[in-house]
Each structure stands twice: as structure tokens, then as C-alpha cells.
Design a protein around this ligand. Structure first.
Ligand code: C5P
Length: 223
């Protein structure tokens, strides 16, 4: 296989509150993670999805993804980084050329994003979608503004992020814990990461209200 996507769904989603992790909450009647998987497949380039979830949820995730080209779910770890490593190790046998890493809590991947990542990866080892920061940024200490941070060179990173598989596996095997995304491992190793256009629609369900916003404002425009 050439292109495989890890679908990261082993988080507990504590910031959202409630008993159910956010990736299982219903969006237009179907779990968020099913939307995320279908969105990854939309451009037609991803050959298989490797879901990563809590050990106890493996059967449930497999049935949510039924009918899609998904490999059996594997158990994640205590941190996102440990979960990504578990997913990469599960793929080591089939050794894809490219791996995409996507948060299951992001149900909207606009059409064209995966294609743009793969195009960027023809000439780079890593590529990520990112959005320029629109707000004015302040550095603050004890509730008081210290100064305004120039925002021209600041971007918000999204997923899916794309990498040459052997490089990402080697970096994760060697990495100390603590990275919040995968591109940061390449940055630390001095390997260039290219940007492709991100989208305001590519929301990570994080806070109460995010689901309602995606359901009411974003999905109806895309479907
Ligand atoms: O917590 P956060 O929103 O940063 O999580 C991003 C994604 O990583 C989510 O889709 C979550 O399910 C996943 N994750 C994971 N394993 C963890 C923590 C988070 O797969 N231990």
C-alpha cells in the first residue's frame, strides 16, 4: 500500500465534559469518527485507514467503520504521541510509503486537502494544513498585556498531517514524550515541513458548542 491514514481516536476528550469521548458523539446522526474517516477517503488517495482507540472500544470502532477500507482497530496509549506510535508500529509490516495522521475529533476535512498534502510530499518529507492566525495576539503575564506578538508568520496547524512513513516511524521510536502534533518531531530533527492551505471548516471538536456549530453551519454547506 502506498498511502495509509492513522485515525487517532484513543483520547478521552475531557475538555468537552460528559461520559462519551467526543469522537463517538453523534453528528447528523452518525459518530464524529465515521465522518472523519469518510472525509479522509473523499479524495480517493487513501487506500486504508488504521484506527487507534482505547482497548475497550476496539470492537465498537470496527463496527462504526464497517463498509470502509479500515484495518482492525489497535489500542492506543496514555498520550496522543504514544497512540500514534502504536498505530505506526501496527503498519510497520505493510510499510506504506506515506502515512497521514488525523484526529478523529476533526470530522470535516475539506475536499482537496489530502490531494494537496500528497502533492507537497512529492518534494518534502512532511506536510501539514495550516491557517494563518487572524486575531491580534497578546503576550500576557498575571492578567496584564506585556506586548503584541507579530502574527504575520504565525499559523494554526490542523490535521491530517502527511509524512514519509519510514521517517515518521523512526522519529516516533526515538522521541521523548510531549509532542502535541507529529510535524513537531520533524521540526526538532531539522527536517522541513511544507504548508498546504488549511480551512476554517476543519474544526477540532474540543469545547461544548463545537458539535452544534459543525452540524448547523459547516456540514450543510459541504453535503
Ligand atoms: O486531546 P486532543 O484533542 O489533543 O486529541 C487529539 C486527537 O488525538 C483526538 O482525536 C484523540 O482521540 C487522539 N488521542 C489519542 N490518544 C491519546 C490522546 C488523544 O489517540 N492518548
Amino acid at each position: 500500500m502506498r498511502v495509509v491514514a492513522l485515525l487517532m481516536a484513543a483520547g478521552r476528550g475531557e475538555r468537552l465534559g460528559g461520559a462519551e469521548p467526543k469522537q463517538f458523539l453523534p453528528l447528523l446522526g452518525r459518530p464524529v469518527l465515521r465522518h472523519a474517516a469518510e472525509a479522509l477517503l473523499r479524495d480517493g488517495a487513501v487506500e486504508a485507514i488504521q484506527p487507534i482507540c482505547a482497548e475497550a472500544e476496539r470492537g465498537r470502532v470496527d463496527s462504526i467503520l464497517e463498509g470502509l477500507p479500515a484495518l482492525p482497530a489497535v489500542a492506543g496509549g496514555a498520550t496522543r504521541q504514544a497512540s500514534v506510535l502504536a498505530g505506526l508500529e501496527a503498519l510497520a509490516g505493510c510499510a506504506p510509503e506515506i502515512v497521514l495522521v488525523h484526529d478523529a475529533a476533526r470530522p470535516v476535512v475539506p475536499a482537496g486537502t489530502v490531494t494537496a498534502l500528497l502533492r507537497a510530499l512529492e518534494r518534502a518529507e512532511g506536510a501539514i494544513p495550516a491557517q494563518p492566525v487572524a486575531d491580534t495576539l497578546k503576550r500576557v503575564e498575571d492578567g496584564t498585556v506585556l506586548h503584541t506578538v507579530p502574527r504575520e508568520a504565525l499559523y494554526r496547524a490542523q490535521t491530517p498531517q502527511g509524512f514519509r512513513f519510514p521517517l515518521l516511524l523512526a522519529l516516533h521510536r526515538a522521541a521523548p514524550e510531549g509532542a502535541t502534533d507529529d510535524a513537531s518531531l520533524l521540526e526538532a530533527a531539522g527536517r522541513p515541513v511544507r504548508l498546504v492551505p488549511g480551512s476554517e471548516s476543519n474544526v477540532k471538536i474540543t469545547h461544548p458548542g463545537d458539535l452544534e456549530r459543525v452540524e448547523a453551519d459547516i456540514l450543510p454547506r459541504l453535503l
